[in-house]
Design a protein around this ligand. Structure first.
Ligand code: ZN
Length: 90
């Protein structure tokens, strides 16, 4: 169950609240001044950044795979190993 932090735009009071649904956007009224001016803080939405971090960590691996695929085929030349002559003249 996610926990959202709210901050009152009128008096600055901060509040943590369990939220049953991530789709619930309704902010609670401020318990200190009673005004419905609470705004949700984004600091508790860390799992979204975690997902992005995972993607960032995957990227270099994919780039390496792309580099391998782009290499021209000539590294292992079986004929050169046997006869000393290369199939691929320089
Ligand atoms: Zn308030």
């Amino acid at each position: 169950m996610p926990v959202y932090e709210y901050k009152c735009q009128s008096c600055g009071h901060e509040l943590e609240r369990f939220v049953k649904s991530v789709h619930m956007q309704e902010a609670p009224a401020c318990p200190q001044c009673g005004k419905a001016s609470m705004r949700r803080l984004i600091s508790r939405a860390m799992y979204i950044q975690d997902e992005k971090t995972k993607m960032d960590q995957l990227d270099p691996k994919y780039e390496k795979m792309m580099d391998e695929a782009d290499k021209p085929f000539r590294a292992d030349d079986p004929l050169k190993r046997i006869t000393g002559q290369s199939l691929y003249p320089d």
